[in-house]
Design a protein around this ligand. Structure first.
Ligand SMILES: [Zn+2]
Length: 234
């Protein structure tokens, strides 16, 4: 890379990183890669759903350019005195596999991608909140099917609920969520408690044909979590 090209890239990285820091109080590699235009929203979305093998493969730049941008980003963050915070990235599918960033899978490179840089000007409490939110796994979404004849792509069976996967809808048993029980929305207090106690939970939605969007119907939670929550509320 010529010094001139490097300076141009540095200016783009700095602009993208500054904007993200202003907006949210921390900056991730993904913010920068999105900001400089190498990563589009639909690729990012598919990667988060576990449908793209590694993020680098979906980026619009070669590996050498990506590595250079990542180095410039770290240099910028260090010069600013930002605080590194390693963040968990897990897929939005039922098995929640760890998401992979790099072609090589090298642990050092993966860590660089996972590290968020947090503003030291935020209070310790605010920093903790930001880090906790970034590390919270994405919510599982289960669908109440409109078509009663739907078929599980794994076992060919059907059921009251389905979870969307890349090849098609899966029944809860095949997705490893067969032990969860349905708690319809309505009692906010009970829902909140049951969700907090359930190590696995999913949000249940149904597509509204009139409003053309998914609407929340309730939760799926572990039966023991629901029992405990019910007994607490007497
Ligand atoms: Zn099945």
């Amino acid at each position: 890379m010529t010094p001139e090209n490097r300076n141009k890239l540095e200016a783009r990285v700095t602009t993208a990183a500054d904007a993200a820091l202003q907006r949210q109080g921390y900056v991730s590699a993904i913010d920068v890669l999105r900001g400089i235009g190498w990563l589009d929203q639909s690729t990012l979305k598919r990667w988060k759903q576990g449908q793209v093998r590694h993020l680098e493969g979906g980026m619009q730049a070669n590996l050498a350019r990506i590595a250079e941008a990542m180095k410039l980003f770290r240099g910028w963050a260090n010069a600013k005195g930002l605080l590194p915070s390693e963040t968990a990235y897990v897929a939005k599918s039922s098995a929640r596999p760890k998401l992979r960033f790099s072609v090589s899978g090298d642990e050092g490179i993966e860590r660089n991608y996972r590290t968020h840089w947090v503003s030291p000007e935020l209070s310790a409490k605010k920093r903790e909140r930001i880090e906790a939110a970034a590390n919270r796994p994405p919510e599982l979404v289960v669908v109440l099917p409109l078509d009663p004849e739907w078929k599980c792509h794994r076992c060919g069976g059907t059921g009251d609920f389905l979870i969307m996967e890349d090849p098609g809808p899966s029944c809860l048993e095949c997705a490893g969520l067969g032990d969860l029980v349905y708690l319809p929305a309505g009692d906010a207090n009970l829902s909140r408690r049951a969700k907090a106690k359930s190590e696995v939970h999913a949000v249940v939605v149904r597509f509204s044909r009139t409003r053309k969007r998914n609407e929340r119907q309730g939760l799926l939670v572990k039966p023991e979590a629901l029992r405990e929550a019910e007994s607490e509320l007497g």
